[in-house]
Design a binder for this molecule. Sequence first.
Ligand SMILES: [Zn+2]
Length: 426
Amino acid sequence: MIIRFAILPLLLAVNLSMCKKQESASPGSQQASASSTPAGAATPVAAASPKITKPVVDQTAQVIIFCYHRLVDKIRYPGTEITPAAFEAQMKELKDSGITVIPMQDLLAWKRGEKNIPPRAAVVTFDDGWKSQYEVGWSIMKKYGYPFTMFIYTEGVRGGSLGGGEAITWEQLADMRDNGVDIEAHSATHQDLREGHTIMVANPGGKRTRTKLTGPQYEQWVQNEVVGCKQLLEQRLGIKVNCFAVPFGNYNEHVKELARNAGYEAMFTVYGQPITYTSPLDSIGRYAIEANKPKVFEDAAKMIGTSTGGAAAVAEVGAKDLATQPADGETVRTALPLIKANLSAIGPIEPGSVQMRVSGLGVVPASFDQKSGTVSYQVTQKLHEKSCSVFISVKSQGKKVEAHWTFGIEEGAAGGATSPRPTPKR
Ligand SMILES: [Zn+2]
């Protein structure tokens, strides 16, 4: 921990000195600029620094992503609408509770290990491209200085086959783009992307009919939904699109593969969950916030800690002090390990404050024995990756204390290697 924070200022110094020379260097190219200092340009600081190939990012940070639709004063469709007042109150609450709203691209840079983010962060996204997002949502976001992302389905932009009077226009999207709003893809016609599911298609003459597509017909259709919509957004707006929000969250391995091959870096669903450093990029859950589910926002904000938290109040303890099982760096022979840690070294633990997260599983129902100070969880669904990170957080004497460690799973034992995966090649 101490080393981590000592390194950051050095790295920043190196990067800042580089920026003047390489105006075009993007945040994403930090890795290259940090390791390729030109001869003669090295400052004493840079020369003394250890060899760093990547900025050190806080792997314990957590991010919640919100998804909003229409902002209207009079709610008629509580499933996809919210009042501007309620929306603004939520934006204020993020600020008040110390949750930092960050750009989507910062979240992705963090996941790549290229950029640090605050320990408790949120990303705000607007789906479907409604006029009210431009007229109402944007001004509230400006007021708070918050970045955000628009997920657009291209036929739903004004003038498209599904773009009625309440739809956003290409000009409005261009205005947002010019002012730094991130614009990303949400398919062409906003339908279930899985083969054989009922969809509506436009026939020659404009009439829409219900159908189920399979085989080559389906492939052609889904190609346009996943790839065509990306290309259209990129061409119409002159942008790079690297995120895909899956309509209704309905997709499968085939759709994922199409999206990966098309160059999408991340895929998003509406199954809200806190995003950690190890969350898989092809199924990033977002919390859909609607008028008829006011609790969702509150619960999501609570998921990443209490309002009294924040970076300063969190203490980190080493996994060694907790006699963890499996140990940090150990490789186990089973994909169903028993995970254990002894928390006595932390001091008195507040009852009910013990939380265990496991990469690939999220928060697990771990049991805590107050007497022995042991927290344990028997993994019940096979771990699929070759390594597994465990995060433990507790409250002790009013302070949040965290620990995390990583262990390996022997090849052959990991679930992914024994059971055939739908997409063997990546
Ligand atoms: Zn949508």
